[in-house]
Design a protein around this ligand. Sequence first.
Ligand code: C5P
Length: 234
Amino acid sequence: MQKNDSKIIVALDYADINEAKDLVEKLTPDLCKLKVGKEMFTRFGPDFVKELCKANFDVFLDLKFHDIPNTVAKACEAANDLGVWMMNVHAQGGMRMMESAKEALTNANSQAQLIAVTVLTSMDKSDLSVLGISQDPSELAQSLAQLTYDAGLDGIVCSAKEAVQMRSKFDDSFSLVTPGIRPAGSASDDQRRIMTPVDAIKAGSSYLVIGRPITKSDDPVGVLMTINSEISDL
Ligand code: C5P
């Protein structure tokens, strides 16, 4: 496997920075990429992200920016300055917001991937209805994915269960980043709609976001090596 070639993004969801660092010390950039979300970023700030980038990891900064176009564009520029590999926005911020974010990265000569969250998987039809939205979550996800594509972004976060349908509309250059992944036989935790790494890649996922099956394992490197080898020839 080439350096930074892994399709696995390990979700670092820790309240204790030392626990996160203990795990990262065991990992190498050829084994996986890393995701830093709102909890760790709010507790430990940009220095932690810079440290991971400096150690040569591809870092997905999962802050789901959602604000007026100018503010989101500036936030994306700031994320790019940290050296991250991927960042995201909410597609519900609209076309102009997404275009401004993309333009800011292009103007900065950024190589970072900019992707969008369509509909939070925690939201069902009744949650949308309270917001005055009559569409089903999956219909809304499809139309927001199209908006994201039309705005020139590099991909979306979606469930692996939606990947086949998304892949029928968008070619491989549009990244599908899928959480809710569980290796065969591992605990589903609080995830409801899970898929194995092999099935998710076969369904069209570009990258697999995996947290607890790796972070809570006694042998995180072993788990990563097994998954990397299972999906390497797909
Ligand atoms: O531990 P686990 O594999 O369930 O972690 C999944 C990661 O993906 C977490 O960081 C979670 O916040 C994130 N995520 C998710 N479902 C989404 C979007 C993000 O599980 N729809």
